[in-house]
Ligand binder design. Structure first.
Ligand code: 9MR
Ligand code: 9MR
Length: 587
């Protein structure tokens, strides 16, 4: 009898080994390629059609099967011809590395289950900012094979005719050194730095304790300062150079006349300009410097004088904006009047209600003066309520007023809380009708230039809904968008360079293109599916949710940008901070 059982087991092993050997990697299984929390939700998506009822979670050599689950009925996706089936293995809670297998189809990429699965990607995504630093060398000690020279010094930039004033006429030379390169290009834009800095500073403000464990290997100048703050201060110091000390107005950007070629930073010595002051740049500057002033009071010993400088810069820029309250950055208009013509990124925005709201909210949080409250109330009725982007910062005002003790009880804030919860509910309402069961991608309008930042910013909104209500369902929903970014999406890409198994190899990122290193600079979130395809490149797939291509030509789907990485840092940090409260890991 004993012998028979052994024989039986031997034959079974042999049989399953053989059938499994026939299994190959299948790109049709889309899952979070980085990892799932031990006790958290775990979903994968099968795309295409198979005639199978079951899926299996196996060891990485496919020899042991640990879990068997049912595939759900097939669904048609609303934004492509993709058909999907869901594989839910949330009840499988054993730490380790695994594959998901479907007979006669194949297996997924390796994924892990554990208590700290997101921390490497979180560290990498903050380090992505270090790699964007201008005007300082990236030493091998920190940057490894992506080490490089200092890039653009930007210590002699000239005032563009569009920005000329009595004290600083056209051609006046000043310094605007430091800061982060915006994206795949080497220019530095205040409007986009605005939302980026607001988001990073909020990642710290909402979760100060968890932020301390985000520790990428970057040069730490200051003892006891969390890396998020260190990194943000690098860009903050640059932002302060963008203010005209004479009148307080803020230049829109520090830029070449036209984009550099596909070269390493600092190879060209083409002139850089500070271009036209604008209302949006000045108000975004107010918001960031006011928020930084508030936060940096905690770090007065490490950054002597910086908090105070920020507060006075904020007040000065506010004063300028009150006088110049409707001055859009008009690149085309300027190019008709001034030379050289400037053809780099516009970040042009002609609606300032949301910027007034954000700037006033930060100023009021700093100093509860009725002047600011009146502006908050007036603009609250006018500002567009939508997921934040560089041009619509309404929600950044909401988050600030909701977060800060002295503003959380305002009647205006009560309204804002309701609106955040209503938007979160609208996200949750039809989640299970989405073929990928994520919050991202329930509407075609999610798939814009930088759609991955839409996913991350939806996540932030949901985290704020949790902070207001303490209802864990919002964290689960935010986590579905983490899965989206890490591979559970129609393209099957994990959208962060250097993370997961199938991630972008050819981002539109000048250093990555020019450095001769095979792997792109890591920790950078690419733009993602964008059926607009404004770059005119060849896309392998072109449907709404699949319009992404991993070629360096594609700046409309495969560039990277600081305002996309920042919400990624916030979201991953928030989920790490809340993983115990949400029950994803045992205390
Ligand atoms: O490289 C530029 C990228 O950073 C911008 O996002 C994009 C849109 O403004 O433009 C890219 O530059 C391209 C330019 O617009 C047209 N000529 C080719 C340039 C490089 O691909
Ligand atoms: O992210 C920006 C996107 O919303 C705009 O549609 C696009 C075209 O104006 O520009 C994007 O921003 C780019 C900026 O203009 C230049 N640096 C690279 C940015 C990311 O592609």
């Amino acid at each position: 009898m004993k012998k028979f059982i052994l024989m039986d087991a031997f034959l079974f092993c042999l049989f399953s080994f053989h059938s499994l050997q026939a299994q190959k990697l299948s790109e049709n299984i889309k899952l979070n390629q980085v990892g799932y929390y031990t006790h958290g939700p775990k979903n994968a998506i099968l795309t295409g059609s198979v005639n199978e009822k079951y899926f299996y979670i196996t060891s990485t050599n496919l020899r042991d099967t640990f879990f068997t689950g049912n595939l759900t009925q097939s669904k048609s996706s609303a934004y492509s011809t993709t058909k999907t089936q869901l594989a839910d293995f949330s009840s499988f809670q054993k730490k380790g590395a695994y594959l998901l297998l479907i007979n006669n189809l194949g297996h997924s990429y390796v994924f892990t289950i554990g208590d700290d699965v997101l921390s490497n990607t979180l560290n990498a995504s903050l380090k992505g900012f270090y790699y964007q630093r201008a005007s300082m060398p990236l030493e091998e000690k920190y940057a490894g094979k992506w080490a490089r020279g200092a890039g653009h010094p930007d210590n002699k930039v000239s005032i563009h005719p569009s920005a000329a004033s009595k004290e600083r006429p056209a051609g006046f030379i000043t310094s605007s050194t430091g800061g982060w390169y915006d994206a795949g290009d080497y220019n530095k834009y205040i409007v986009n730095s605005g939302i980026t800095m607001g988001t990073l500073l909020s990642a710290y403000e909402d979760f100060p304790e968890a932020s301390k464990s985000v520790k990428p290997s970057i040069p730490y100048d200051k003892n006891g300062v969390p890396a998020i703050i260190e990194e943000a201060v690098y860009n903050l110091r640059w932002m302060l150079t963008m203010q005209d000390p004479n009148d307080g107005g803020v230049y829109t950007k520090c830029t070449n006349a036209s984009f550099d070629g596909m070269i390493l930073p600092g190879i060209t010595t083409l002139p850089k300009y500070l271009v036209q002051k604008s209302t949006a740049a000045s108000l975004d500057f107010v918001a960031v410097t006011a928020q930084a002033g508030r936060i940096l009071k905690k770090f007065k010993a490490q950054y002597p004088g910086l908090a105070d400088s920020c507060v006075s810069a904020a007040k000065k820029a506010w004063g300028w904006a009150l006088v110049n309250n409707n001055l859009a950055y008009d690149q085309d208009g300027n190019n008709k009047k001034f030379t050289p013509a400037i053809t780099t990124g516009g970040y042009g925005d002609g609606h300032f209600e949301d910027e007034w709201l954000w700037a006033a909210s930060e100023m009021y949080s700093l100093n509860a003066d009725n002047e600011y409250l009146a502006i908050i109330k007036a603009n609250q009725k006018l500002a567009k309520i939508e997921v934040p982007s560089w041009g619509t910062v309404t929600m950044l005002a909401y988050y600030t007023l909701i977060r800060n003790k002295n503003t959380a009880t305002l009647s205006a804030t009560a309204e804002m809380k309701k609106e955040v919860l209503a938007m979160a509910e609208s996200f949750l309402k039809n989640q299970n009708q989405n073929a990928f069961n994520t919050i991202m991608g329930q509407q075609a309008s999610d798939f814009v230039w930088g759609s991955n930042a839409v996913a991350a910013n939806q996540g932030i909104l949901l985290i704020n809904a949790y902070l207001i209500s303490k209802n864990k369902k919002y964290v689960d929903a935010a986590l579905s968008n983490v899965d989206y970014l890490l591979g559970r999406n129609a393209t099957g890409y994990c959208f962060i360079t250097g993370s997961g198994s199938k991630s972008p190899m050819h981002p539109h990122h000048r250093p990555s293109i020019a450095d001769g290193v095979t792997e792109p600079v890591p920790g950078l979130l690419v733009g993602g599916p964008n059926p607009g395809k404004q770059d005119g490149c060849v896309y392998e797939f072109s449907e709404t949710e699949t319009a992404y291509t991993d070629v360096d030509c594609s700046y409309a789907s495969n560039e990277i940008a600081i305002n996309w990485n920042a919400p990624l840092v916030y979201l991953l940090n928030a989920v790490q901070a809340l993983k115990q409260s949400a029950g994803y890991v045992k205390k």
